[in-house]
Write a protein that binds this ligand. Structure first.
Ligand SMILES: CC(C)(COP(=O)(O)OP(=O)(O)OC[C@H]1O[C@@H](n2cnc3c(N)ncnc32)[C@H](O)[C@@H]1OP(=O)(O)O)[C@@H](O)C(=O)NCCC(=O)NCCS
Length: 237
């Protein structure tokens, strides 16, 4: 299976955001007209998934994160957050690897064929080393279920201290712990920490599948808006 990701749209589309998430109209027509999508289709690729490229301006206006954190904590009693930069403590590496493997099965895949991912503690540690070797910082924010000590959720950021842009990577809540606003809680804690560690950063970028209503709802609440679109295209080889 070969995959390509092509950028095909910009903010000229109509974007609506409310408590339900982010809704965009006009994507299909831009997709059909896009030269980059047509280029890939001529080579046998088909569109498997539409991704929204979202951005959030930093700093987040005063008081917004505090208010959202208060709301989230109302449903997240019994959990606490930890933020780690450039390393994950040894005791959390295996649980982190298990939850990381679920990204391949739990995040909506649209029409894509996604292979099951193999993760273990060594692979997690080695991925972090690669970020550091590229001169990037890697921040992980997790939620711990206090009563059991389980890893309930994590979210990842990477950034360069010389760059104003932060990249928001994987976010997942273990299915046994969903519905406690942990996705919002860890993203808020992660933003608060990065605003402190990298005060000259001006944007956070992330990508969400258009059908991922739960993640989009959280991002809309935090203030992310749609900047562009991309299509994940796949071809069987
Ligand atoms: C997106 C995600 C992190 C949100 O989890 P969360 O923080 O527990 O969500 P919330 O607490 O805000 O949930 C709000 C409501 O949606 C429900 N919900 C959340 N995620 C759900 C899911 N994947 N499927 C069905 N219902 C879900 C909750 O049960 C809750 O329902 P309620 O209001 O009736 O109690 C979680 O769905 C997830 O881990 N998804 C898989 C990974 C993924 O897609 N990551 C994003 C790509 S990077």
């Amino acid at each position: 299976m070969a995959s390509v990701e092509v950028l095909f749209g910009d903010e000229s589309l109509e974007v609506a955001s409310n408590n339900e998430g982010i809704a965009v109209s006009g994507v299909d027509s831009i997709l059909a007209d896009s030269p980059s999508v047509q280029w890939a289709m001529r080579r046998g690729f088909t569109v498997g998934q539409i991704l929204y490229v979202l951005s959030l301006d930093l700093p987040v206006p005063e008081g917004v994160l505090e208010r959202l954190a208060d709301d989230a904590r109302g449903k997240a009693q019994g959990y606490r957050t930890h933020v780690w930069v450039d390393a994950i403590p040894e005791r959390w590496l295996e649980p982190y690897a298990r939850l990381k493997a679920r990204m391949a099965t739990d995040a909506p895949a649209g029409g894509l064929e996604v292979e099951k991912a193999q993760w273990d503690a060594e692979k997690v540690a080695s991925v972090i080393r690669s970020y550091l070797n590229f001169g990037l910082r890697f921040q992980v924010t997790v939620a711990e279920h206090i009563a059991t000590g389980e890893l309930a959720a994590f979210t990842e950021l990477s950034y360069e201290l010389t760059d104003k842009t932060i990249v928001q990577r994987d976010t997942i809540v273990d299915p046994r712990h969903r519905g406690h606003r942990l996705g919002a809680l860890i993203k808020i804690a992660s933003l608060e920490q990065v605003e402190h560690d990298h005060p000259s950063a001006r944007h956070v970028w992330t990508w969400n599948a258009e059908e991922n209503t739960h993640m989009l709802a959280i991002n809309a609440e935090l203030g992310f808006t749609v900047s562009r679109f991309s299509a994940e295209m796949q071809k069987r080889v």
